[in-house]
Design a protein around this ligand. Structure first.
Ligand code: GLC
Ligand code: CA
Length: 562
């Protein structure tokens, strides 16, 4: 099937159900002014590349004014572009240039907390009667007596003492990220007004950072899924997201299917879709955190995905992703980043892009970029650095801590985008703020664009197929061979077609099970996608095309028009 890019009509309700988004981490994407830090003009200069890939929107990690303790997730002014990234004029130009190409800009809204350098917080800590004091969450205490023993996500207590006030403020993340008090209606009003400011600038959607944690109640030890959460979301939607065409995506680590139905109810009373992590957490030890590694069970992954596919059908909307700026590179994690890097990167992409939901591609995923291994001193991410100190103090063996860091550090995703084989990978002409993966001479966009067999062109096809075949958006989902340890296969079906997706998760060939071979789509359908060239280009015999052997990491799509 030829690649045929269809541009979406963004004034249509629910356009985001047919869309594919691409996440840009501005700091690591493209530098334009020779300071080694990615910026807005850099993104503008790469819009044609993104347009060629065929995406419909860009989710940008925060580029707002920030001391950069947590790479922009600590915002000190929601209505100012950080000078490191450019100016408001650059932002307006980016929105306009993207729109010309049918690409929407989706802003990352960090509404759970601000930076401790935000004007509101600087006022809040002046004294208890300051009107901004109640914008944050305070409890009385003394240096010896913390309000309780809650811990912050980035290590240490969730409480930090301000001696002048004799009070502690609450922070679920870093000390420099005080939590906003959502129980205060004035806080909510400020946030809604800020959202309107950006909508008026032409922003067409929002990704809502840790949105399940806004309704915290520290007295009860509650962080995620607080009692007022969905009440707040409905108000936020009514006041902030008045236009029904906005694409809104809630980051919700604590969402299960039932809760996701509330977040993404078809009446859009809360958000367009949920960004949940159940599948991503399967390869950690039960009840422990992401640093406690465990092998991935393929049957568990398949059942988890099927549970979401079937659970939300007609009642909600999910996002589909394997990577983001907080996660390691999927080809190193669940694929094979050695001999079968290309095959496994494509397999993973094809398995997820064939499902119902809205795919999110993270920068470099379309090139099959991989993890890195660095000496501990070279890591930048505060979560990684704190983890190392904390586990060392707890008596862990340094080599074991490093294994966890290699596998899970957020810095795996934050190395510079690999544009070319030139010095500094075409990212900049000076040394960047953080490292470039040494494999950039092999893995880069320039090479990918020159190779019709690249991951890039495979993703381009996946994106185009979603718009060409309504069954990918709307069809029902049936998991095949649920207990098979190596095959991942499913059927998508609507009244006039069937799509069979079948992949081999292993480094050895395997015979396609009976259960798949007897499907009409296999027997009658057309092979429309494969990551093995000998199938797609029919220079080989018909027999090769319809071979009942799946090669290592092979994936195929069969499409059958009833
Ligand atoms: C989200 C972001 C992450 C950030 C955290 C605190 O999980 O994705 O990067 O550190 O929230 O804002
Ligand atoms: Ca720059």
């Amino acid at each position: 099937m030829a690649v045929n890019h269809i541009k979406l009509d963004k004034s249509k309700k629910g356009w985001w159900k047919s869309a594919v988004f691409y996440q840009v981490y501005p700091k690591s994407f493209q530098d334009s002014n020779h300071d080694g830090i990615g910026d807005l003009q850099g993104i503008i200069s790469r819009l044609d590349y993104l347009d060629q890939l065929g995406i419909d929107g860009i989710w940008m990690s925060p580029m707002l004014q920030s001391p950069q303790v947590d790479n922009g997730y600590d915002i000190s002014d929601y209505q100012a572009v950080d000078s490191m990234f450019g100016s408001m004029a650059d932002m307006e130009q980016l929105i306009a240039e993207a729109k010309k190409r049918g690409i929407s800009i989706i802003l990352d809204l960090v509404l759970n907390h601000t930076s401790d350098q935000h004007r509101w917080f600087l006022e809040a800590k002046k004294d208890k009667s300051n009107p901004y004091h109640d914008y944050y969450v305070w409890r009385d205490g003394s240096p010896e007596q913390l309000p309780n023993d809650m811990r912050a996500a980035f290590g240490g207590p969730a409480w930090t003492y301000v001696p002048e006030l004799g009070q502690y403020y609450f922070h679920q993340f870093a000390v420099q990220q005080p939590d906003l008090n959502w129980d205060n209606p004035a806080v909510r009003r400020e946030l809604y007004d800020m959202i309107r400011f950006w909508v008026n600038k032409g922003i067409e959607g929002f990704r809502l950072d840790v949105i399940d944690q806004i309704a915290k109640n520290p007295d009860l030890g509650i962080t995620g899924n607080g009692p007022r959460l969905h009440e707040f979301l409905r108000e936020l939607s009514a006041e902030g997201f008045q236009e029904e065409y906005l694409a809104t995506v809630g980051e919700a680590w604590g969402a299960d299917v039932e809760r996701a139905k509330l977040y993404s109810a078809p009446d859009c009373s809360e958000l367009s879709m949920v960004f949940q992590f159940q599948h991503i957490c399967l390869d950690q030890q039960p009840g422990k955190d992401k640093w406690d590694l465990a092998p991935l069970s393929l049957p568990a992954l398949k059942k988890c995905m099927a549970h979401w596919q079937n659970g939300l059908e007609g009642q909600g909307w999910n996002s589909l992703f394997l990577n983001n700026h907080d996660l390691p590179r999927i080809v190193s994690r669940w694929g094979n980043n050695q001999e079968y890097r290309l095959e496994s990167a494509k397999l993973l992409g094809a398995l997820f892009h064939g499902m119902q939901g809205t795919p999110f591609i993270y920068q470099g995923e379309e090139l099959g970029m991989t993890n890195v291994k660095l000496p501990i001193e070279e890591y930048e991410d505060l979560e990684t650095v704190n983890l190392y100190k904390e586990r060392l103090a707890q008596g862990y063996n340094p080599a074991d801590i490093m294994e966890s860091i290699y596998a899970r550090s957020r810095d795996n995703a934050r190395t510079m985008m690999q544009w070319s084989g030139e010095t500094y990978a075409g990212f900049s002409d000076v040394e960047p703020w953080f490292i470039i993966n040494p494999n950039y001479t092999e893995i880069n966009a320039e090479k990918a664009l020159a190779d019709e067999n690249s991951v890039f062109y495979f993703y381009q096809k996946l994106i185009a197929l979603r718009k060409q075949l309504p069954v990918i958006r709307d069809g029902s989902f049936t998991l095949l061979c649920p207990d098979d340890e190596q095959i991942f296969a499913y059927i998508r079906e609507d009244s006039n077609s069937q799509l069979l997706v079948a992949g081999n998760f292993g480094a050895t060939g395997i015979v396609i099970p009976e259960e798949i071979q007897k499907q009409s789509a296999f027997l009658e359908g057309e092979l429309i996608l494969s990551n093995y060239r000998k199938r797609e280009y029919k220079e080989d015999s018909e027999a090769a095309k319809d071979s009942v052997m799946l090669e290592p990491y092979e994936v195929r799509y069969y499409y059958w028009k009833k």
